[in-house]
Each structure stands twice: as structure tokens, then as C-alpha cells.
Design a binder for this molecule. Structure first.
Ligand code: ADP
Ligand code: 5GP
Length: 190
């Protein structure tokens, strides 16, 4: 059976990656989104096993030591990792998998799986990124500052990605991501 396509969506915190992939799923319902593990505390409304598998640093370190992550990284003070077994099983069954991960993780995945497609999401401007991150209201002022600081170095690495998409208008940006995926898959329906 033909392997599914591994799609990596990355970009600074607050740029709209989560919003984009939720919308993308309505356009491409056959896509499977990988659920990452994290040591970050759940935000209001987040449920274990849905947005993330929330765990302690000890649990995360044990999984990492057992080689259970496809990639992992420490970012903005927490650990994040992609569970390996479900991703490989889904790809093996011919279904496409989307990872929404940070730049360090995306670069690890590209090195290990060169056939994957990496897409970097850019904000229309620095001011708009700050506006979205603050507007989301999920991080403290110091966490917002740390995420904006990190965003500069992440955006500086956007050249390592196969594609760059500006999330200006949501529908337009999601359409562009869908077109990229369709083009790679040679899907005539797109
Ligand atoms: P990320 O997953 O990249 O951290 P989110 O998806 O949580 O970002 O989006 C951050 C904030 O920006 C949210 O409040 C979301 O509603 C808003 N947002 C996302 N995309 C757009 C867009 N195209 N235009 C305006 N606001 C957006
Ligand atoms: P947040 O705390 O806002 O949900 O995510 C913070 C950052 O962690 C985002 O850049 C997000 O893409 C990244 N992230 C989420 N899951 C993973 C993962 O499994 N691996 C890596 N490397 N980064 C992740």
C-alpha cells in the first residue's frame, strides 16, 4: 500500500496554526492530525487526549528514553513531542498525517523523513502576531514576551521550509495550504 503523506505545519506561536488546521480538516476530512505530548499545563477548555496528551516531566522523560517520540523539543519552557507509533501506523495505512510542531521539531522531521512536506506559516506583520497572541488571552505577559522573542528566530529559519504561507485572510491561507497538499499528491479533484 502507498504510504500517506507526512505534512508538517510550523510557525510562531499565535500565528494561527491551530485555527488553520481546524479549518483545513473541514476541507480535507481524511487528514489525521497527530496529538502531541506536552508538559505544559492545559489551558481552559483543553482536554487530555484531544489538544495534547498532558503529562509530567517524569512521564515525558520516560517516554523519550523509551524512544516513543518521532521528534521532541523544549520550547517556551515546556517539553513537546510527537508520539511515534500512531503516526507511523497511520502513514502505513495510506492516510496523510499532519503535525503542528515548532521549528526545531520540524527540522528533525525533515532530516529523518525527507519525503515529508514542511510548511511555515507567517504572520502578515509583527504587530499582527502580537495582536493575535495577546488577543488569545491564554498566556501571561511574560509568556507572551517570550513567545514573541522566540518568533523572531523562528521566522528567520522559515527559509528551511519547503513552502511559506502568510496567514492573512484565514480562508485564503487555508486554501493555499490545501492547494500545496493537493499538488504534491497529484490529486485531480483539487
Ligand atoms: P497558534 O496555534 O499558531 O498558536 P492560534 O490558532 O491559537 O495560533 O491563533 C491565535 C489567535 O489568532 C486566535 O485568537 C485566532 O482566533 C486568531 N487568528 C488565527 N488566524 C487568524 C486570521 N487569519 N486572522 C485573524 N485572526 C486569526
Ligand atoms: P502551545 O503551547 O501554544 O500549544 O504550543 C507551543 C509550541 O509548541 C508551538 O510552536 C507548537 O507548534 C509546538 N508544538 C506542539 N506540539 C509539538 C510537538 O509535538 N513537537 C514540537 N517540536 N513542537 C510542538
Amino acid at each position: 500500500m502507498k504510504q500517506g503523506l507526512l505534512i508538517v505545519l510550523s510557525g510562531p506561536s499565535g500565528v494561527g496554526k491551530g485555527t488553520m488546521y481546524s479549518r483545513l480538516l473541514t476541507v480535507m476530512p481524511d487528514l489525521t492530525v497527530s496529538v502531541s505530548a506536552t508538559t505544559r499545563k492545559p489551558r481552559a477548555g483543553e482536554k487530555d487526549g484531544v489538544q495534547y496528551y498532558f503529562m509530567s516531566e517524569k512521564q515525558f522523560a520516560e517516554k523519550r528514553a523509551r524512544g516513543e517520540f518521532l521528534e521532541w523539543a523544549e520550547t517556551v519552557g515546556n517539553y513537546y513531542g510527537t508520539p511515534k507509533a500512531p503516526v507511523l501506523a497511520t502513514l502505513g495505512s495510506g492516510r496523510d498525517v499532519l503535525l503542528e510542531i515548532d521549528v526545531k521539531g520540524a527540522r528533525q522531521i525533515k532530516a529523518a523523513y525527507p519525503d515529508c512536506v514542511t510548511i511555515f506559516i507567517l504572520p502578515p506583520s509583527d504587530t499582527e502576531l502580537e495582536h493575535r497572541l495577546k488577543g488569545r488571552g491564554t498566556e501571561s505577559d511574560s509568556q507572551v514576551r517570550a513567545r514573541l522573542e522566540l518568533a523572531k528566530s523562528e521566522i528567520a529559519q522559515s527559509g528551511y521550509f519547503d513552502y511559506r504561507v502568510v496567514n492573512d485572510d484565514l480562508e485564503r491561507a487555508v486554501g493555499e495550504v490545501a492547494d500545496i497538499i493537493c499538488k504534491i499528491k497529484g490529486d485531480k479533484k483539487c
